[in-house]
Design a protein around this ligand. Sequence first.
Ligand code: HEC
Length: 113
Amino acid sequence: MRLHHWIFLLQFFFSQPLFAKCGDFLNGEASESTKYNYEEIFNQILKAKCFFCHGEDGRREGGVDISTYPALIKDLKRIEKAVFIDKIMPSGDFLTAQQYAKLRAWIDAGAPE
Ligand code: HEC
């Protein structure tokens, strides 16, 4: 068999439900997607790393409020830029690698409520 036949067979194999988890494993973080909603992202990441300056007691640094879903969505593009591109937020404290991966996966999944 030629190489592309093997590749096709492997893709077929990992597309089967029973083996899909292995496929996710081979694809690294792919299995992270769609698992989180706003509440989980808030409780696991934003509450500890952003809330203090962007929501608590009316504090809205840079005009950004992450304390409710609609407020966060309004500034999602700025948030994505500040955290992942400019890497200026959170200020003072970084996210753990796992928190970065979760936030990335949540945004990539369309930031579901
Ligand atoms: C210790 C306080 C503090 C924390 C914690 C913090 N920020 Fe900020 N943030 C600021 C300040 C101050 C500004 C305004 C900076 C400026 O205008 O120059 C800002 C600005 C921003 C902006 C606007 C950037 C722009 O100019 O478009 C975004 C988006 C943002 N923060 C997101 C976040 C996110 C997401 C987190 C958590 C992961 C976070 N921040 C954590 C203090 C904080």
